[in-house]
Design a protein around this ligand. Structure first.
Ligand code: NAD
Length: 351
C-alpha cells in the first residue's frame, strides 16, 4: 500500500502526538515538518526523523512530495495555513478549534469541496476506546431517544499561556476557555447525540480572573456557560472554565488545579456518563448501574492513532471522514453563537 507523505506544521504537544501516531501507521509516514522555533524543530527532527524541516510552512506546502499536512499552529493561523495548504493541493488535518469562526470555516469547506480534497478537524476524543464503546451502545439503541446532554470541562486554576501568551489573546486565539477546552466537551456530546443541527443558543461568557495572568494580553473569557437547542428538540448544557473557585469534590489534577472533564448524555432508556464510562439503564422499571468495560475516554495514544487512520482512509477514499468538514462548520457556528449570545445577553438563533 502506498504510504502518504505527511507534513506536520507546528511541533508542540499535538504535533508530537501525530508524529507518534504516524510511527505505527501502515498508510502514512512523516515526511516533513515546519516550525519557527528552531530548538523545537530540531528536537522534533531528532525524535521523529522528518526527512525535511523548515521554519516557514510555505516551504513545506511547496514540496510536491507532501500529500497532506497536519496543522498544529496557534488558532489564528489555522485558517490561512489550511487555505494555503488546500490551494497547494494538499489534504488538510487541522487541530481544534477548526478556525476562529464559522465564516472562515465556510471558506475552507468550499475550497476543499471545490478541489476534491479532504479537510478534517482534530478531535481525538471522538476516537478513544470509551467513545467508540459509547457510540456503539447508542447505535444499539441502549439510550433510547437522546433528549439532553451535560457537557463539562472546568478547571480551578488552568489558564494556559502558549508560546508568547497567545492562548489569552483574542486576536490570536479567537476566544478563551470555550474555544480551548469547551469545544472538546461540546463536541463529545454533540457527536454522541448524532450531530443534530443546532438552532439557537443562550449563553453567559465571563472574564473574572485577569489577576491570575501577568505580562500577557488577557482579553478572552475564562468561563462560558451555554444552553443549546437542536432541531430534533434535544438540548445541551455546556459548562467550561479555565479558572473558578471550584469545590473540593472536584479532584486536584497535575497542572491546572481542580479539574473535571466529564459529560453525561441522557436518553429515554438510559443515561451515559463518560468518566468512568457507565450506563444508567432502565431495566423493567428499575434503574440499574452498568459499568462498561473498554471504557477509557482519556486521549491516550490509541485515540490519536485511530483518528489518524480515519483521516488517511478518508484521503484514500476508503472511509468517510468522521470529523467532517460540514461538522467543523456547524461546530464553529455553535461557538460563534455562544460568544454572540454572551455579548448580547439574550438567546440567538443559528440560521
Ligand atoms: N487536540 C488537542 O487536545 C490539543 C492539545 C493542545 C493543543 N491543541 C491545539 O494545537 C494548536 C497548537 O497548540 P500548542 O499548545 O502546541 O501551541 P504552542 O504555542 O505550544 O505551539 C505552537 C507551535 O507553532 C509554531 N509556530 C507559530 N507560528 C508559526 C508559523 N508561522 N510557522 C511555523 N510555526 C509556527 C510555534 O513555534 C510553536 O512551536 C492549537 O490550535 C491548540 O488549540 C490541541
Amino acid at each position: 500500500m502506498k504510504k502518504f507523505n505527511i507534513g506536520i506544521i507546528g511541533t508542540g504537544w499535538p504535533g508530537q502526538q501525530h508524529a507518534i501516531a504516524l510511527r505505527g501507521s501502515a498508510r502514512g509516514q512523516l515526511h516533513a515538518c515546519a516550525d519557527l522555533d528552531e530548538e523545537r524543530r530540531h528536537a522534533f527532527v531528532k525524535e521523529f526523523g522528518a526527512i525535511k524541516a523548515a521554519a516557514d510552512y510555505a516551504e513545506l506546502l511547496g514540496d510536491p512530495q507532501v500529500d497532506a499536512v497536519m496543522i498544529c499552529l496557534p488558532n489564528y493561523l489555522h485558517f490561512p495555513a489550511s487555505l494555503a495548504a488546500l490551494e497547494a493541493g494538499k489534504h488538510v488535518f487541522c487541530e481544534k478549534p477548526p478556525t476562529l469562526n464559522a465564516a472562515e470555516m465556510t471558506v475552507l469547506r468550499d475550497e476543499a469541496q471545490k478541489r476534491g480534497l479532504i479537510y478534517f478537524f482534530g478531535r481525538q476524543f471522538r476516537f478513544t476506546p470509551g467513545m467508540i464503546s459509547a457510540k456503539r451502545l447508542i447505535n444499539d439503541g441502549r439510550l433510547g431517544k437522546i433528549y439532553h446532554a451535560r457537557a463539562i470541562w472546568i478547571r480551578s486554576r488552568g489558564i494556559p499561556p502558549g508560546i508568547g501568551g497567545w492562548f489569552t489573546d483574542k486576536k490570536r486565539a479567537g476566544g478563551g476557555a470555550l474555544i480551548d477546552i469547551g469545544v472538546h466537551a461540546l463536541d463529545s456530546v454533540w457527536y454522541l447525540m448524532g450531530t443534530p443541527r443546532p438552532i439557537s443558543v443562550s449563553a453567559g461568557v465571563f472574564r473574572n480572573f485577569e489577576h491570575f495572568v501577568s505580562g500577557n494580553v488577557f482579553d478572552v473569557e475564562d468561563a462560558a456557560f451555554a444552553f443549546i437547542r437542536f432541531d430534533n428538540g434535544a438540548v445541551v448544557q455546556l459548562e467550561t472554565c479555565w479558572a473558578g473557585n471550584l469545590p473540593d469534590d472536584i479532584p486536584e489534577g497535575k497542572y491546572f488545579g481542580r479539574e473535571t472533564n466529564n459529560s453525561l448524555v441522557f436518553g429515554t432508556k438510559g443515561t451515559l456518563r463518560l468518566k468512568p464510562l457507565t450506563l444508567f439503564e432502565d431495566q423493567n422499571g428499575a434503574l440499574v448501574t452498568v459499568p462498561i468495560t473498554n471504557g477509557n475516554t482519556q486521549d491516550t495514544g490509541d485515540s490519536f492513532a485511530a483518528q489518524l487512520e480515519n483521516f488517511l482512509a478518508a484521503i484514500s477514499g476508503d472511509a468517510q471522514p468522521i470529523n467532517s468538514v460540514d461538522q467543523a462548520v456547524e461546530l464553529m457556528e455553535m461557538i460563534d453563537a455562544i460568544y454572540s449570545s454572551g455579548t448580547l445577553g439574550r438567546e440567538v438563533p443559528i440560521t
